[in-house]
Design a protein around this ligand. Structure first.
Ligand SMILES: [Zn+2]
Length: 171
């Protein structure tokens, strides 16, 4: 089992540290402020991103061919490895956004599950989402896609997050 409380606490700490009080969360800025270099690279195939730590140095590589939302999710995921997984020096991530295919190998690796949970919490903090949802009159697909834009995440990621937070959507 992964420790969701710890992930939530770590994210809350970062948001406080960098005075983030509303969406969209600027994950690239957070990475830089943590001393992580962020590089866009033209990866082959399905590589979304990678994370390398060497001594005091940390670098996130992100696939330059991917959409803005996907790059943001990848950066958030790699920050998760930086914050949560201190002892492992390198991660190469394929298909970080495997929302539908939960049975993939990656979906069973605890580090990857944690990094994905961290990314979801960082891009869509539970408190922010609760506030956004309480301000809504209708939870229709138009409202949800507007919120996804506001958070600068894909509609798929936002819907997945809402479902995980227990919102019963009828889209
Ligand atoms: Zn990963």
């Amino acid at each position: 089992m992964i420790n969701r409380r710890r992930i939530k606490d770590k994210v809350a700490e970062l948001l406080r540290q960098f005075s983030v009080v509303q969406p969209p969360v600027d994950v690239e800025r957070i990475a830089r402020r943590l001393g992580i270099r962020v590089r866009e690279t033209g990866f082959d195939g399905d590589v979304s991103g990678l994370f390398v730590r060497k001594g005091q140095d940390a670098v996130i590589g992100v696939n330059s061919m991917h959409s803005e939302q996907r790059k943001r999710f990848t950066i958030a995921h790699e920050i998760g490895h930086f914050v949560l997984h201190i002892s492992k020096p390198i991660y190469v991530d394929e298909l970080v956004l495997h929302f539908r295919n939960r049975t993939s190998a990656e979906g069973r690796d605890p580090d990857e599950i944690e990094a994905n949970a961290f990314a979801a919490e960082l891009l869509m903090p539970e408190d922010f989402v609760q506030q956004s949802m309480s301000d809504l009159d209708n939870w229709d697909d138009e409202a949800v896609s507007k919120l996804a834009k506001e958070y600068k995440v894909s509609v798929e990621a936002f819907v997945y997050r809402l479902t995980n937070l227990g919102y019963m959507l009828d889209l």
